[in-house]
Design a binder for this molecule. Structure first.
Ligand code: TXD
Length: 320
């Protein structure tokens, strides 16, 4: 039985999600947007590309949540993106209102869906989505770590002239300037990155530069595009999570997941390694963090907590 995948938001990321999911034939697609013409126009355009790429899935556009009823997977990009000079945190007020509307739209129509949230500021928005919707915490997850890890791996692959498929890494913590790239948990052809620094294969200063460029990766693209933010890599990252759920891959991926004591934190969403399979977030993997990694992680979690406090000031329901 084909899966039903609803994409809430048919903008830059939503449209790219729809195209990638169609080409991979992950399921039938409902592209939803308050801008009905945008959803319907992109759905029709992607559908018409099937004559070339040959995919055999249905795709429709709508602005009616009833059309998304009983979705197996929901991927949410509804919200406003950054403009040059804005931080992800500047989007909080506007996108909180939008995510409340989305939560109200999906909680009654698709209570059993696996929900992937992409809207920024990610960690606090996915927390708000879970509180507003009341869906189980293991079935609501945020996409950020896969994107940030992909950026980190890309910069390393260019610096080391190494095919990116030979590089394995994770970026943890909040999806912001305090995110935590993990050189001690990064392997290049099974060699730990910190050992390559010791062997002078890459200098410490160059590695620090790559860590910083990863943290600012989103802002770099926002500045270049002038209007909008990154969408190809975020969409590819969201599809990897959806595929792990749909195919029960039990894949370990860095995602914003609900912590209930793991890493010493409770009742907060943050980027950690999780296993995604048919039951959603099936496990949170607690990797050994050494001193500076743990302190950097704590700084990042505190930044998420501050945003959650700001959100609770906007809507006290979120503070409970
Ligand atoms: O790693 C990550 N998580 C981030 C997330 C990576 C890149 C971008 N990130 C964020 O995703 C970005 O800051 C935004 O908050 C979202 C979506 O970014 P996108 O580039 O797709 O924004 P667009 O192109 O403006 O699309 C947003 C769509 C647009 O078509 C609006 O009409 C629609 O959202 N929208 C709504 N849809 C449904 N319901 C409501 N209420 C609504 N309001 C706006």
């Amino acid at each position: 039985m084909s899966k039903k995948i609803s994409l809430i938001g048919a903008g830059q990321i939503g449209g790219t999600l729809a195209h990638l999911i169609a080409i991979k034939e992950l399921g039938n697609i409902v592209l939803f947007d308050v801008a009905e013409g945008l959803a319907k126009g992109k759905a029709l355009d992607i559908a018409q590309s099937s004559g070339v790429t040959g995919f055999n899935v249905n795709i429709v556009g709508t602005n009616n949540y009833n059309d998304t009823k009983d979705s197996d997977v929901i991927i949410i990009t509804a919200g406003v993106p950054r403009k040059p000079g804005m931080s992800r945190d500047d989007l909080l007020g506007t996108n909180l209102k939008i995510i409340k509307q989305v939560a109200d739209g999906i909680k009654s129509t698709s209570p059993k869906a696996f929900v992937i949230c992409i809207t920024n500021p990610l960690d606090v928005i996915v927390m708000a989505l879970q509180k507003y919707s009341g869906l189980p915490t293991n079935m609501i997850v945020g996409m950020a770590g896969i994107l940030d890890s992909s950026r980190f791996k890309y910069f390393l692959s260019k610096e080391l002239n190494e095919p990116i498929k030979n590089i394995h890494s994770m970026v943890l913590g909040g999806h912001g300037d305090t995110m935590v790239p993990m050189p001690k948990h990064t392997k290049i052809k099974n060699k730990i990155l910190v050992d390559l620094v010791k062997e002078n294969k890459i200098s410490k200063s160059k590695l620090d530069e790559i860590v910083n460029r990863t943290r600012k990766g989103g802002a770099e693209i926002v500045k270049l595009l002038e209007k909008g933010s990154a969408f190809y890599a975020p969409a590819a990252s969201g599809v990897e999570m959806a595929e792990a759920y749909i195919k029960d891959q039990k894949k370990t991926l860095p995602c914003a997941a609900y912590l209930n004591g793991e890493y010493g934190y409770k009742d907060i969403y943050a980027g950690v390694p999780v296993m995604i399979g048919k039951n959603g977030v099936e496990k949170i993997l607690e990797i050994e963090l050494e001193n500076n990694e743990k302190s950097n992680f704590d700084v990042s979690i505190n930044a998420v907590k501050e945003l959650c406090n700001a959100a609770a000031k906007i809507d006290p329901v979120l503070g409970k």
